[in-house]
Design a protein around this ligand. Structure first.
Ligand SMILES: CC(C)(COP(=O)(O)OP(=O)(O)OC[C@H]1O[C@@H](n2cnc3c(N)ncnc32)[C@H](O)[C@@H]1OP(=O)(O)O)[C@@H](O)C(=O)NCCC(=O)NCCS
Length: 164
């Protein structure tokens, strides 16, 4: 059984270990997540979640409100959206359907708020397997843009196109 639970300071060592895995680095080479600081606070525009499979932590999902996120990473962006980051920690857990289950739980969580109209993702242009993964979940590629040094595609799933 897959669940999402809030990340806590007790997850620090695991998150740092996952951050060093080559498939995680490849998907996000420029970011520093500042886990030590971020795990100790819970701003109301963000959820940092650990996916557990039968009690075993396997991956991370971050959900933000991009209009309210402090660094304004998404720039000028509409309200009532959510943006998701997702990764699986160990390479041995990739490609087993776990990511699909994690995204389904995350999307249910996002759309549980009736005000939320759509969910966004921003994979690197180079992350071709992630594009396929998101397209299979119903996301539509809407633009290519830079976030800092990163060349990304923006994907969007509107509530009307979401089937839980
Ligand atoms: C993207 C990710 C969360 C998908 O979870 P998953 O459990 O591996 O995926 P599922 O088994 O549910 O679905 C399989 C699909 O996942 C994607 N996938 C598998 N391995 C992947 C990898 N190393 N990197 C990116 N996507 C991968 C592919 O689309 C794959 O389908 P394919 O075999 O037809 O190529 C997971 O692969 C991952 O953590 N990848 C590395 C980090 C990453 O790229 N995160 C997204 C950043 S935007």
């Amino acid at each position: 059984m897959m669940i999402l639970r809030a990340a806590t300071p007790d997850d620090l060592a695991l998150l740092l270990h996952w951050d060093e895995q080559p498939h995680v680095v490849a998907s996000d080479p420029t970011d520093d997540w500042h886990w030590e600081l971020e795990l100790s606070r819970s701003p109301d525009w963000r959820e940092q979640l650990i996916a557990e499979l039968d009690g075993r932590p396997i991956g991370v999902i971050q959900i933000i409100d991009p209009a309210r996120e402090e660094s304004h990473y998404w720039g000028d962006i509409a309200t009532n959206l959510r943006a998701i980051d997702i990764w699986i920690g160990e390479a041995s857990d990739l490609g087993k359907g776990y990511g699909t289950q994690m995204m389904q739980l995350a999307l249910t969580r996002c759309f549980a708020d009736p005000a939320v109209t759509a969910v966004l993702l921003d994979p690197l242009v180079s992350n071709i397997r992630a594009h396929r993964f998101y397209e299979r979940l119903g996301f539509e590629r809407i633009e290519q843009r830079r976030f800092g040094e990163d060349d990304c595609f923006v994907y969007r799933l509107s509530r009307n196109d979401w089937h839980d």
